[in-house]
Write a protein that binds this ligand. Structure first.
Ligand SMILES: [Ca+2]
Ligand SMILES: [Ca+2]
Ligand SMILES: [Ca+2]
Length: 296
């Protein structure tokens, strides 16, 4: 290559990088997973059905958005290896407590989204935002890994890299513990709204900018008002995480979400016209009617 071509080439590269991520992407926080730590039958990685690629969160007014990119359909995966013939998504746990995963569950300080309706072994069968009362591990009846250490060992023995997103799973999760991946009891706090890939793109979500190429992109929103987060947890980062019922892959994201906004907004007085201006409008309307009558 001639040196004279270099400035033009650099100009092209700069333009490509600048246009790859849309301006709105800054409001999303991404947890990009390992792209080859999903276990599908005898396969590890290889773009299998259980590969998860990323999770992202964003907030807008009173709503928090959570988006997923994965190969696993929201309706799950039919498998004769599962007791019920089906392996679905586990629940999406939301931890604002500043505690690790097991402590937040043990102390009743965890929230969750149930996203997969009746295609799930969760005690929750209705999609929504929940306060988690207790959780359980359904991997043993879904042909899966009881502990995250078992799963990590399996992935690494295949020469692949295990991961969760933008935080260290070793320390947040107790890798040696039975990994609880669904609610066994929860209290529904509010409804969630489903967002498809197009609706999320319109809000600036762009997993492609991070090379996350799962076949499925979908998300959900919930209301901060419904969350009713205890005062002592406000200001903590959110750690969100989800695993398949089999724990064959998991993904999470750590992000700063301002959950206090909804309840600190001052109530605006309703806008009602003052009696004087109502009378003024009536007077004008009355004279206009009178005018028309005279001309009739
Ligand atoms: Ca993965
Ligand atoms: Ca199942
Ligand atoms: Ca993972």
């Amino acid at each position: 290559m001639k040196f004279t071509q270099l400035p033009a080439l650099l100009g092209t590269l700069t333009l490509t990088i600048a246009t790859a991520i849309p301006a709105q992407a800054a409001s999303w926080t991404y947890g990009i997973d390992s792209f080859n730590d999903g276990v599908t039958g005898g396969d590890v990685g290889n773009n299998g059905a259980f590969e998860f690629f990323g999770m992202a969160v964003a907030e807008e007014d009173d709503n928090v958005f959570v988006a997923l990119n994965a190969n696993l359909l929201l309706t799950g995966y039919n498998s004769s290896g599962a007791a019920d013939g089906h392996i679905g998504w586990g629940d999406l746990f939301l931890n604002f407590s500043g505690q690790n995963y097991e402590a937040a569950l043990a102390n009743g300080d965890m929230f969750a989204l149930h996203i997969s309706g009746t295609d799930s072994d969760s005690s929750a069968q209705v999609n929504g935002l929940y306060k988690v009362n207790s959780a359980q591990n359904v991997a043993p009846t879904n042909s899966g890994f009881t502990t995250l250490q078992d799963r990590k060992n399996h992935v690494e023995s295949a020469g692949k890299t295990e991961g969760i997103g933008n935080f260290d799973d070793n320390g947040y999760f107790n890798l040696a513990a039975s990994h609880k991946n669904v609610m066994s009891s929860g209290t529904k706090l509010g409804d969630i709204a489903f967002l498809d890939s197009a609706a999320l793109s319109a809000k600036g979500l762009n997993f492609g900018a991070y090379n996350a190429t799962g076949s499925q992109t979908f998300g959900f929103s919930f209301s901060k008002t419904d969350l009713k987060l205890p005062e002592e947890f406000r200001g903590n980062p959110l750690i969100a995480s989800i695993f398949a019922e089999c724990n064959n892959d998991g993904v999470g994201v750590k992000a700063n979400i301002d959950v206090a906004i909804a309840e600190t907004e001052p109530e605006m007085p309703e806008s009602v016209p003052e009696p004087a201006s109502v009378l003024g409008i009536l007077a004008i309307a009355g004279s206009a009617i009178g005018l028309r009558r005279r001309h009739a």
